[in-house]
Design a protein around this ligand. Structure first.
Ligand SMILES: [Zn+2]
Length: 243
């Protein structure tokens, strides 16, 4: 079975639990996996309220297809990605949001356990966000954010700052953000970093992962030392415990 981060990829919507949700406060309808809908629909709601009004005709969710220009399955084929206001943020274009908007999109994405396509290193996809957590961690994030209500985020706190710690449900040890990662480390947190940077997520921090981390750090204006410390973690949307 083909899967992305533990989420199955299928042409069978029913098998994946694809459900169409209306983004609260809009007439936008997005088909996504029901169990992670609070992440994607919550993001879309906040995006509408804080970044840019959503256009119902140009927001998309589940689609059984490959990544454009590739044979790899798209996150859309697992129902764990959405595209918002696609024509305004075309594939390959950078800078379609103001810097203030981009910062807010990045912050909201981190809050909901998503990765923003504007942070792709190779080809920007600023319309796109996808669930970057593994399946188990994504469900934990849903719980931490207040549960999988049937309305998928129609209520509840609207300010990320008011919400519980993002990773409080994670076990210590290899939860993303719980330790500094460098070459030689292994674990779920390494796999997270690998997925974030688009390298094979075998959970082992080797030379390819180190190189990808260095590229990411350089692109983010951080010291490109290949070591994932608090600054790099927080840039990836991971809250680092302060104790
Ligand atoms: Zn997309």
């Amino acid at each position: 079975m083909v899967a992305i981060n533990g989420f199955a990829v299928s042409a069978d919507r029913g098998a994946l639990g694809i459900t169409t949700f209306t983004v609260p406060g809009t007439s936008v309808q997005l088909p996504v996996r029901a169990d992670v809908a609070p992440l994607l629909i919550g993001f879309a709601r906040d995006f509408h309220e804080r970044v840019e009004r959503l256009d119902p005709a140009s927001c998309w969710g589940y689609a059984y297809r490959a990544v454009r220009g590739s044979s790899s399955p798209s996150f859309h084929a697992a129902g764990i990605a959405v595209d918002l206001n696609a024509p305004r943020h075309p594939l390959g274009a950078r800078g379609t949001f103001s810097s203030r908007q981009a910062a807010e999109v990045r912050r909201l994405a981190g809050h909901y356990g998503l990765r923003w396509g504007g942070d792709y290193q190779r080809r920007a996809d600023e319309m796109h966000v996808e669930v970057i957590l593994g399946h188990r961690q994504a469900l934990e994030r849903v719980t931490a954010l207040g549960g999988a209500s049937s309305s998928a985020g129609a209520h509840g706190p609207s300010s990320p700052r008011e919400l519980p710690q993002q990773y409080e449900a994670f076990v210590a040890g290899s939860a993303p953000g719980s330790r500094v990662l460098r070459r030689g480390r292994a674990g779920d947190d390494v796999a997270f970093v690998q997925r974030w940077n688009g390298v094979a997520d075998d959970g082992r921090f080797g030379p390819a992962t180190e190189a990808a981390v260095r590229r990411y750090q350089a692109a983010q204006g951080l010291t490109a030392d290949g070591v994932v410390g608090p600054l790099t973690w927080s840039r990836m949307g991971v809250r680092v415990p302060t104790s």
